[in-house]
Write a protein that binds this ligand. Structure first.
Ligand SMILES: [Zn+2]
Length: 496
């Protein structure tokens, strides 16, 4: 969620934002992919298409609907009773047009967010194809020990500083390749560390009607000069996430917003059809994460006598709500803190309610029972990631006596990225989906394909794969920056 939301609890300390004066932590990218800023000067295809009246280049419209959840399955209903047949937002009968678009095109069973399943880490992963430890936006709010500065997602003077944002967003890559780009409110900096900015940029404002966002997209699509018309258009919409936080994922308000999102999708789809653009423009709907029902949570007091007790007073920062990434006053023995946390997590009263992990920045000394951050999170090798992370299970909430029990919204996210309710959507319509249906076979893809109504559901995939798909659809793979996407991942769907 963006400004005016309640996604983040207040910080422990009331520190003022300082101006960044030094570069952010250097991060070694464990990545593969095409040559980066090499000496090669690839040549982009100049292929043009016609809609009958105008020349067009291949175009991608990428839209993020914040917090639109797609649960993996209903098989865990014993442990998570809310996973009934309408747990997935698209399966409630409230989004007939979005579903129809997905049948004319295709959808994924789910798209897996990066950990932590928060808005800013995931929107930057979608933009860069990088895991969090590589792209540097490690939470919505976090402390950087190198610059002694706090990242505030909801303060423009903090959020907009390019130093925070590592990696290369797809709009920068596209710009390097000569593609005209347009960015309508996608979370991220207006200008990157290398000085790049989108060709067209609409800064963040809250409560902007969907109609206004649609009008802006169509204004760009209708630019008469093919050399000035954007070929990559990004748009961000937060209202569904705001409703999910406020009233929970199963609420009437969420359903009401879902219906509005559906009208937006319908109007965009019809607008492109009426312009005879469906063979030229790929429209990709994604979300950053899902939404869990947190209306009734079990509160866990980390400063309770049976966990940290007075040791809690050494905590200076806790990043990553609803997780707590803990930092301490200088001189604190991190091993002592870790011992207490690990011991408590193994006690019957807390078993399964929270996990304790150490990261690359932990320097507290060996503890046999300590668990490193799971490698599948790709969330350890960055100085911005606090040394000890306490990660609650969905249904539990961390707090202290001072913080109390008022921080949790009725819906929330940020949990394990394999948690069913945290999964995101991927729906695409346009030449990609048309080609994928013709080109791919079920044995290549393990996809589910109904010949009756055309429904085509590809297997779930990680959201760091999206960057390479957009590169491919725009014909600019040779310009792709190093990223964590799988080389050749889209080969089975794309015959280009
Ligand atoms: Zn979000």
């Amino acid at each position: 969620m963006l400004p005016n939301g309640d996604e983040e609890r207040p910080l422990l300390e009331d520190e003022d934002v300082q101006v960044l004066t030094a570069l952010a932590a250097l991060v070694v990218l464990a990545v593969g992919g095409a040559a980066y800023f090499g000496s090669q000067q690839p040549t982009r295809s100049t292929e043009r298409f016609s809609n009958g009246t105008h020349e067009f280049k291949r175009t991608v419209i990428l839209i993020s609907i914040d917090g639109l959840r797609q649960v993996i399955s209903c098989s865990h209903s014993d442990s998570y009773p809310y996973l009934n047949s309408s747990a997935s937002y698209l399966d409630r009968g409230l989004t007939p047009h979005l579903l129809d678009i997905s049948k004319q095109g295709l959808r994924a069973k789910y798209m897996k967010p990066v950990f932590p399943t928060l808005t800013f880490p995931n929107h930057w992963a979608l933009m860069t194809g990088l895991y969090v430890e590589s792209h540097g936006i490690v939470a919505n709010n976090f402390w950087d020990p190198v610059t002694n500065t706090e990242f505030w997602y909801n303060r423009f003077e903090s959020m907009s500083l390019a130093d925070w944002w590592l990696g290369e967003p797809m709009w920068e890559t596209a710009g390097r390749a000569g593609v005209v780009t347009a960015n309508q409110m996608w979370p991220g900096p207006p200008v990157t560390l290398s000085g790049a900015s989108p060709t067209y940029f609409v800064p963040w404002r809250d409560k902007v009607p969907l109609q206004e966002k649609l009008d802006q997209i169509l204004e760009w699509v209708d630019i008469g000069d093919v050399e000035k018309r954007p070929e990559l258009i990004l748009t961000y919409e937060p209202s569904l996430d705001q409703a999910g936080h406020a009233t929970g994922p199963m609420s009437a308000l969420v359903n009401e917003i879902l219906a509005k999102i559906d009208v937006f999708a319908r109007d965009l789809h019809h607008s492109l059809l009426s312009r005879n653009l469906s063979h030229i423009v790929d429209v990709v709907f994604v979300s950053d994460h899902g939404m869990g029902d947190t209306g009734e949570v079990e509160w866990i007091y980390l400063d309770g006598d049976d966990i940290l007790g007075e040791t809690w007073n050494n905590v200076t920062h806790y990043d990553g709500w609803p997780s707590f990434g803990l930092r301490f006053v200088e001189g604190t023995d991190e091993r002592v803190v870790l011992e207490k946390l690990v011991h408590a997590s193994n006690e019957p009263q807390f078993s399964g309610k929270f996990q304790v992990y150490i990261t690359d920045s932990y320097a507290g000394g060996y503890l046999e029972e300590a668990m490193p951050m799971p490698p599948r999170y790709h969330f350890s090798e960055n100085e911005r990631i606090a040394p000890i992370w306490v990660v609650p299970t969905l249904g539990c909430a961390l707090t202290s006596k001072k913080l109390g029990e008022k921080g949790m919204s009725i819906g929330n996210h940020g949990y394990d990225n394999e948690e069913s309710a945290m999964q995101a959507i991927f729906v695409v319509h346009g030449p990609f989906s048309h080609g994928a249906k013709l080109y791919s076979t079920d044995t290549q893809t393990s996809a589910w394909h109904s010949v009756i109504d055309g429904t085509y559901i590809i297997p779930g995939f990680a959201n760091v794969e999206l960057y390479n798909l957009v590169m491919r659809l725009l014909g600019i793979e040779a310009w792709a920056a190093p990223n964590n996407g799988t080389t050749g991942f889209w080969d089975k769907y794309v015959d280009l």
